[in-house]
Design a protein around this ligand. Structure first.
Ligand code: ADP
Ligand code: MG
Length: 430
């Protein structure tokens, strides 16, 4: 294992102590408490959540922490250890959706009030936060639909121990850590259901940060169960905890450190193709489609008229089936079959959905060659992370083989995590 880079989870107590001191220095007072929300990997069921389909993620022990002190003056100050201090300060009522902010002309909106001298990232026309602070501010804005803006002021200091932009859902960990804190701190939010918190976090990401996301990430972060996967049916909204039945095996995560910027546009393009294909076929979502229908001449003809329609639909339909098959394989403790389905998912994402990339393919290929039972990309694709199903005693050897393959291919050295199904968002102190 010499030379391999492993990212261990942070110890909650250490982060709590560090954040308490840092918040004191930055804001002049201690936080009311510290909350966390986990990142995730998805074992199988990729690019299905926005097609009303099935996914099977679990929460990582790697978490994003939020030290929060409630304010009663409607002022919001947002800082992140990873971004070097206060990223935005203003008033909750200044926070606007991307669409609203875009409509405002120069000078129409006031400048941020409160601690505006410390404001870093602000849309100069609207005073609304842009960039990373919008993920946090968006949660506050979304929750103003439940209670008034005055009730929601806060000083927020974030410490993200989920690697940023690695396909492990640091964005949902960020928004969810803040949402669970506010539910605990604001009396008017105390009765919010988990589903309401998830909805607020999806809205923060979609409407305020302007990042398209289907809902799997926020759902698993808030509703995970320790030592379990979570079967998410985005069609009927049902959630089913699934025990991990392969005690000798672990999920090895390979953070490729690649992030191809074309990914965001491609994500939107895939969503659009799926919607167009569903409309052309006259179904509410692609997940209503029986696999056998993809053999019918009429269906093939209809999808032929949608650019890339047939392969994209084939991925979504076959991926839903692979989730069902993998559940059966887990139940039967059939490690080889679980692995084979993971690998088949990767091939479908690479060939039919076309969201993989060289780094992900090298990671998957090297892990399989080194004896992993299965491997696939996880998350949206175009970089980020791959996962491999590996015997616990073989983690170092397989990671070493992946590392060597990256070096041989002239790629940046990857980083490794071990993913143990862990607990959901909640309070860690105070
Ligand atoms: P992923 O969710 O897979 O990590 P995304 O691109 O969806 O990748 O989200 C990453 C973005 O989320 C970052 O670019 C940043 O805007 C925001 N973010 C996540 N964690 C933090 C953090 N600890 N501090 C500041 N911003 C963060
Ligand atoms: Mg994300």
């Amino acid at each position: 294992s010499v030379g391999l880079s492993w990212l261990a989870p942070a110890q909650d107590e250490l982060v709590v102590a560090q954040l308490g001191e840092a918040a004191q220095t930055l804001f002049g007072h201690a936080p009311d408490g510290v909350w966390m929300a986990p990142g995730r990997v998805n074992l199988i069921g990729e690019h299905t959540d926005y097609n009303s389909g099935l996914s099977l993620p679990f929460a990582l022990p790697h978490r994003t922490y939020a030290a929060v002190r409630r304010r009663r003056d409607g002022v919001l100050r947002i800082a992140s250890v990873q971004k070097g201090g206060i990223g935005w300060a203003g008033r909750v009522e200044q926070v606007r959706t991307v669409a609203e902010a875009g409509k405002l002309g120069a000078g129409e909106a006031g400048r941020p009030a409160g601690a505006e001298e410390q404001a870093g990232v602000t849309d100069s026309r609207s005073g609304s936060p842009v960039g990373w602070p919008a993920y946090v501010a968006g949660v506050f804005a979304a929750l103003t639909e439940q209670v008034g803006a005055d009730e929601l002021g806060a000083d927020v200091l974030i410490d993200g121990r989920v690697p940023l932009g690695a396909g492990l859902s640091s964005s949902a960990a960020l928004s969810c850590s803040v949402a669970v804190a506010l539910r605990d701190l604001v009396p008017g939010l105390r009765n919010l259901e988990d589903a309401d918190l998830v909805a607020a976090c999806i809205r923060a990401e979609n409407d305020y940060a302007g990042a398209a996301t289907g809902g799997m990430d926020q759902t698993i972060s808030v509703r995970a169960r320790e030592e379990h996967l979570l079967l998410i049916d985005s069609g009927d909204g049902s959630l089913t905890p699934v025990p991990w039945t392969l005690p000798d095996h672990r999920v090895l995560v390979v953070d490729t450190r690649a992030h191809h910027s074309l990914g965001d546009g491609q994500y939107a393009a895939r969503r659009h193709t799926c919607e167009a294909a569903a409309a052309a076929l006259g179904v509410g979502s692609l997940s209503e489609l029986e696999a056998a229908r993809l053999d019918e001449a009429e269906v093939i003809a209809v999808l032929g008229a949608v650019p890339d329609g047939l392969p994209r639909v084939r991925h979504v339909v076959s991926e839903n089936q692979r989730v069902i098959d993998l559940l059966a394989a887990l139940d039967a403790r059939d490690t080889a079959q679980v692995g084979a389905l993971m690998t088949a998912s990767h091939v479908s994402l690479r060939e039919d959905y076309e969201v993989s990339c060289r780094e992900l393919d090298v990671a998957v290929g090297a892990a399989l060659a080194a004896g992993a039972a299965g491997a696939r990309m996880t998350g949206g694709g175009f970089g980020g992370s791959a996962i491999a199903l590996v015997r616990g005693t073989e983690l170092n050897r397989v990671a070493g083989a992946v590392h060597a393959a990256f070096v041989a291919a002239g790629l940046e050295e990857p980083r490794f995590l071990v993913a143990e199904p862990s607990r959901p968002a909640g309070r860690v102190s105070g």
